[in-house]
Design a protein around this ligand. Structure first.
Ligand code: FAD
Length: 450
């Protein structure tokens, strides 16, 4: 009898693994349980669906359930929730339409993702308070906005989802207030870059309430009508909470699968948990940060896809390492491209045993004489002891989203700041000054490291 590979969770990590395993070993029985109706969807596109740039929710789906079943021969069961894993008996318990069934496995992948968190304040569960994590939520928010034509939104949290949604709501003519408990938005991007973003948000008409934790949401007859923060009340028609996510680890933890120091599922270089037949991948799992060589939790799409694919290959008998990451992220905030990679935060760098030295520069995106250029701000961080490059953050109107990738490559290669300074980066007047801003930043930081 053919072996059975069971996958729990049908999005980026789960469907990458299922597709790869089936492609590499057509004799393997691949069964995927997804509790929702959508699989292989691009949650990353949801803000642009709410904004209206993307017309239909279904446009975000990469491969439909029918295609998985008919073309890829994956036994995909949507509307099926796995409620328990019995590692001893090697089977999962599944609930669907009020029925309970048991499914044996030879190898199992937990790809249960993450869920949005809400701050523990009064009113967060009122009507008119949304989070954005899945397709259903994206659909609800867009319908709400189109049907009720709200005038004002309170966004709780100035992280990347909060700011992408600020742009989306603003485009729909909604007055946007962002409440952030920290002194700056986009905390993982560092202060110099955040300050540029904050100025831009102000120019776009977004009201920022920084250093302002929300004390409670004001409700009337069960519906949100205001945000109370910093001793003041801001009347709003609805609220979007974007205060982060938490990995869905309960199913695995209850089965005795070990969690790592970050609270996400721990796994080895092949994505294997403490049970050799059980793998974990994507937003429910940790990943190795190649800068610190430690387990980290940076739940983003490429890691989910890559880990899933590698595990799909491993379960067919070809062991494949899932690989590490360096914490790269990029976000569009109105007219700005904002990107980061590696370790930027001084405390985080010191905790990892580095002696962080940082330099921030501002340079033009194009040759000074070529029309249409704009400033790019780059913060580059290196290790005072070894000269090694640790991370970078950057912001500008153009050329940032891809420029970050040269720094990413340098981080993967373990380069020093001095070596980055010698890179033969592309130059032509419409794209860059002769000395690319990344080279200028490396030169300035190199001077501080000498
Ligand atoms: P998920 O996408 O969370 O999928 C997990 C699936 O498991 C879900 O479908 C869930 O229903 C199912 N499930 C959970 N428990 C069970 C169970 N017990 N039984 C059956 N099924 C179960 N990343 C980027 O890199 N760049 C971006 O620009 C970006 N933008 C984003 C914008 C938004 C608004 C959001 C929400 C996310 C964004 N992300 C972005 C993150 C990216 O979407 C995730 O990293 C990626 O979806 C993770 O995939 P996953 O398969 O691990 O988990």
């Amino acid at each position: 009898m053919a072996d059975t590979f069971v996958v729990v969770g049908g999005d980026a990590a789960g469907m990458s693994a299922a597709s790869k395993a089936k492609r590499d070993d057509p004799d393997l029985d691949v069964v995927v349980f997804e509790r929702g109706e959508y699989v292989s969807y691009g949650a990353c596109g949801l803000p642009y669906y709410v904004k209206g740039d993307i017309e239909r929710l279904d446009d975000l789906v990469a491969v439909t359930p029918e295609e998985f079943r008919e073309e890829r021969d994956v036994d995909l069961r949507t509307g099926h929730e796995v409620v328990a894993i019995d590692r001893e008996a090697r089977r999962v318990t599944v609930e669907a339409d009020g029925r309970t069934l048991e499914q044996p496995y030879d190898q199992l992948l937990v790809a249960t993702g993450a869920r949005a968190t809400k701050p523990p304040v009064e009113g967060v569960d009122a009507e008119g308070v949304f989070t954005l994590r899945d397709m259903e939520a994206g659909g609800e928010i867009r319908s709400f906005v189109e049907e009720t034509e709200p005038g004002t939104v309170g966004i709780v949290g100035g992280g990347y989802v909060g700011l992408e949604m600020a742009e989306a709501f603003d485009a729909r003519g909604i007055d946007v207030h962002v409440f952030e408990m920290l002194p700056h938005v986009l905390q993982p991007f560092g202060e110099p870059v955040a300050e540029v973003v904050e100025e831009h948000l102000g120019e776009q008409g977004v009201t920022l309430h920084l250093d302002t934790p929300v004390s409670h949401l004001v409700t009337d007859a069960g519906r949100v009508v205001g945000v109370h923060a910093g001793g003041e009340e801001t009347p709003v028609d609805f609220v979007l909470v974007g205060t982060g996510i938490r990995p869905n680890v309960e199913l695995a933890a209850e089965a005795g699968i070990e969690l790592g120091p970050t609270g996400a599922i721990a796994h080895d270089a092949y994505g294997r948990t403490n049970d050799e037949r059980v793998f974990a991948a994507g937003d429910c799992a940790e990943a190795t940060n190649l800068v610190t060589a430690e387990a980290d939790y940076v739940p983003l799409a490429l890691t989910a896809n890559r880990h899933g694919r590698a595990i799909g290959q491993t379960v067919t008998g070809e062991p494949t390492e899932v690989g590490g990451m360096v914490g790269t992220a990029v976000v569009k905030v109105f007219d700005l491209e904002v990107a980061r990679t590696g370790i930027i935060d001084g405390e985080e760098a010191r905790d990892a045993g580095f002696d962080p030295v940082s330099a921030t520069i501002r340079a033009e995106s194009r040759a000074h004489y070529y029309p249409g250029g704009s400033p790019i701000t780059i913060q580059l961080v290196g290790d005072g002891e070894t000269g090694r490059l640790l991370g970078a953050s950057m912001v500008g109107r153009e050329g940032v989203a891809k420029r970050i990738d040269s720094v990413v490559t340098a981080l993967h290669a373990g380069m020093t700041v001095a070596e980055v300074e010698t890179l033969d980066l592309a130059y032509a007047p419409p794209f860059s000054p002769v000395w690319d801003p990344v080279l200028t930043a490396a030169k300035v930081l190199g001077g501080k490291l000498d």
